[in-house]
Write a protein that binds this ligand. Structure first.
Ligand code: WT7
Length: 632
């Protein structure tokens, strides 16, 4: 993968057609105004939505960095994602379009029928005893019920915790326990490349000793035979047939600062971080950023390929599109099953106008060649987007030219689970530079600093920090205020530390380089070295392990683990496969190491910390740097 390409233009100005359609044409003065007074800017954006009581303060920074937004206000994200659309012509507009992996099933929901489904699920949850503030774990594949479940929780003021349905039982248990969920919503199974992944079995294992889970709600998807505990488990379709599921359900008006969801994400230590987002600010932030960056128009069909188990799915599959009154498309399967043109055929068939995906998916599809794309009419596409990791020039150009017909700008969006919404991203009218996410979003300021927190000159790599609070920012780490402070605010006082390195060019464009901490982005998925190491080390053969990420052509990074074996175990092919399978079963198949290397010992500091940078330098043949802290 080369990072330079002399033939490629460095900057792509918007075409007259793009400019003509764009909501925001004069983005420079728009940005200038917003940045002059971000609080007033955000207040204006909030006024575009419905509130049952207005705020007394837009931004309360008296307890900073525990910022509060729109204090005193009451609303519910569902009031704006669904209810307000039922009052006008959008009532009959498609809110959700869905297609099954095998292509045999299409399900469509207008805002009217989405409301009916969400109301039904909300009534069922209430009947199961779920009350405002209770936590509900959602462990579902990409099916419409994941929309219903998330929105039903929000509607009654419950707090959802969606777990990506590729995590294993151990990972699920720790997240259910940490959130003290009362109910788990799952399905009998999920379809993955034509076979069934046994979600219900995994839930059974995960909740067996749960002190909090009272009920498990099971959506029938694959028809697989599953065990149903008569006291705990309920088929969703059985409950929806009962009178309890019928009738209307009030969208409870909550405080703007009431919690909407918890989302677990990887940190530098083994324990995942429970990122907490709230109704009011998250609603305003996801609405405004999706509207501006993807220039949402009523006739759009928006497809964000992320899974609802990640923040991208929360913000830009479920909430953002509905808040904008858009049509969101969801596809159950992956990019290349049963054929490498599956996605392209969906775009043609459904007339998708906007495709938002990850560089790793683009690289994996690019590998199959242009012919798979070219046999489809993709002329409906008017905008493209990427997220999750930096995009390399080759993938950018292929996406732009072959997929977008050199017609659709690529919106590179930099953000994080913690930020809830885009932080560095353009709008279509802004000239795009391949590989750069552009400028901070309206109302945001970013700075690159050295390790002491002093800004560095343009062109120099440093730590990416954010200066202004923004409405969709996480409020804390659930039950762990101290970790919130230490991870994000105590690193560089007065700044939000992103954990990424970046540089800014002389035009003010930001170029994100990658993580500076012990987080590895593998195929756009975020994994912590410590959690991978813990999973590896729990295999019987393993005494201790170190995990690092090394560059990979398609995945961006690949996981390499260095393993010290227990006495009596041999470092052979079988052990490698055992370790890989063990990680898949105990953490997730997405965390399976690409390489397992057996070593006699691991490089450590005298205080016993693994020096991963030494392993990385050795693997890449680089200079090992300062080894003065290395123990022997
Ligand atoms: C990390 C956050 C919220 C988006 C999905 C990932 C990396 C994200 C970009 C981008 C370069 C990016 C960063 C960030 N990242 N978007 N456009 N260009 N890097 O969310 O799992 O919380 O990961 O993803 O390293 O810190 P996440």
């Amino acid at each position: 993968m080369s990072n330079t390409d002399a033939e490629m233009p460095a900057i792509y100005p918007p075409s007259p057609a793009v400019l003509d359609q764009a909501w925001i044409k004069d983005w420079r003065s728009y940005a200038k105004n917003a940045n002059l007074d971000p609080v007033t800017y955000w207040e204006g954006r909030a006024r575009e939505l419905e509130w049952s009581r207005l705020w007394t303060t837009v931004l309360d920074d008296s307890q900073a960095p525990f910022y509060k937004w729109f204090t005193g206000a009451r609303t519910n994200i569902v009031t704006n994602a669904i209810d307000r659309h039922l009052q006008g012509p959008r009532k009959n507009k498609l809110a959700l379009l869905w297609e099954s992996e095998d292509g045999q099933e299409t399900r469509t929901f207008s805002y009217f029928s989405l409301n009916r489904e969400v109301t039904t699920m909300a009534n069922v949850l209430k009947a199961l005893g779920v009350r405002k503030g209770d936590r509900v774990t959602i462990y579902l594949p990409r099916i419409p019920e994941v929309f219903f479940a998330m929105l039903a929780c929000a509607k009654i003021g419950a707090v959802h915790s969606v777990i990506f349905a590729g995590f294993s039982a151990d990972a699920l248990t720790s997240r259910i326990d940490d959130s003290e969920s009362k109910v788990v919503i799952t399905s009998d199974g999920s379809w993955i490349n034509g076979s069934v992944f046994p979600l219900k079995d995994i839930v059974d294992e995960a909740v067996r000793f749960s002190p909090t889970v009272e009920n498990v709600l099971v959506v029938k998807r694959t028809g697989t035979k599953v065990h149903m505990d008569p006291l705990r488990d309920h088929w969703y379709h059985d409950l929806t047939a009962l009178p309890i599921a019928r009738g209307t359900c009030e969208t409870v008006q909550v405080d703007a600062e009431d919690p909407l969801f918890i989302l677990y994400t990887s940190g530098s230590t083994g324990k995942p971080k429970a990122v907490l987002h709230t109704h009011g600010g998250y609603m305003v932030g996801t609405y405004a950023t999706l509207h501006d960056t993807f220039d949402i128009h009523d006739e759009d069909r928006f497809w964000c390929t992320a899974d609802a188990g990640w923040i991208t799915g929360h913000s830009y599959v479920v909430y953002g599109p509905l808040l904008c009154g858009a049509t969101s498309f969801m596809y159950e399967g992956g990019p290349s099953y049963p054929h490498p043109d599956r996605w392209w055929s969906l775009i043609e068939h459904f007339g998708i106008t906007t495709l938002y995906t990850a560089p790793t998916a683009i690289r994996s599809l690019m590998r199959f060649g242009d012919a798979w794309v070219n046999r489809h009419d993709l002329s409906s596409l008017r905008l493209l987007g990427t997220v999750g990791e930096p995009i390399n020039p080759e993938a950018w150009r292929w996406f732009y030219e072959v997929v977008g017909g050199s017609r659709a700008p690529i919106m590179d969006t930099w953000w994080q689970t913690e930020t809830g919404m885009f932080q560095i991203a353009g709008v279509p009218a802004m000239p795009q530079k391949p590989g750069s996410a552009g400028y901070p979003v309206f109302g945001q300021r970013a700075e690159i600093v050295d390790d002491k927190g002093n800004p560095v000159p343009d062109g120099t790599e440093g730590f990416l920090t954010l200066l202004n609070p923004w409405p969709a920012m996480m409020r804390t780490l659930y039950n762990d205020d101290q970790r919130y402070l230490d991870s994000y605010w105590n690193v560089f006082p007065g700044r939000y530390a992103t954990g990424d390195s970046a540089r800014r060019d002389s035009d003010g464009y930001y170029w994100v380089i990658g993580r500076t901490d012990d987080i590895i982005k593998v195929s756009g998925h975020r994994l912590g070295t410590a959690e991978i190491e813990a999973a590896v080390a729990s295999a019987t053969a393993v005494a201790e392990a170190a995990a690092i990420g090394l560059p990979h052509e398609i995945k961006g990074n690949a996981i390499h683990v260095y393993v010290v074996l227990n006495p009596g175990h041999e470092g052979n092919r079988t052990t490698v496969e055992e370790i890989r399978a063990h990680v898949a079963a105990h953490l997730s198949p997405i965390a399976k190491p690409d390489e397992v290397v057996f070593v006699e010992s691991l490089p450590k500091t005298r205080s016993g910390k693994i020096m991963r940078r030494v392993l990385r330098a050795r693997a890449l043949g680089h200079d090992e740097g300062d080894l003065s802290t290395l123990d022997d």
